[in-house]
Design a protein around this ligand. Structure first.
Ligand SMILES: [Zn+2]
Length: 68
């Protein structure tokens, strides 16, 4: 689950929260003042861990052995 950073519009407190990508717009309550008026600080989620390189695959060639 990605970590999103929110900012409280009431006290300006920034905090991170684990939210689903489909629920990223539903900002959690501020842990400091408990205000519901929080907004997403960054739109891009911060995934934990590094990125791995992609692997290239080769298409296998199938030979048709016609029986006769
Ligand atoms: Zn707050």
């Amino acid at each position: 689950m990605p970590v999103y950073e929110y900012q409280c519009r009431s006290c300006g407190r920034r905090f991170e929260a684990l939210r689903r990508m489909s629920e990223r717009t539903q900002a959690p309550r501020c842990p400091k003042c408990g205000a519901e008026e929080t907004e997403l600080a960054f739109s891009a989620p911060a995934f934990l861990g590094g990125s791995s390189g992609g692997s290239s695959g080769s298409c296998g060639t199938s030979t048709w052995t016609g029986g006769g």
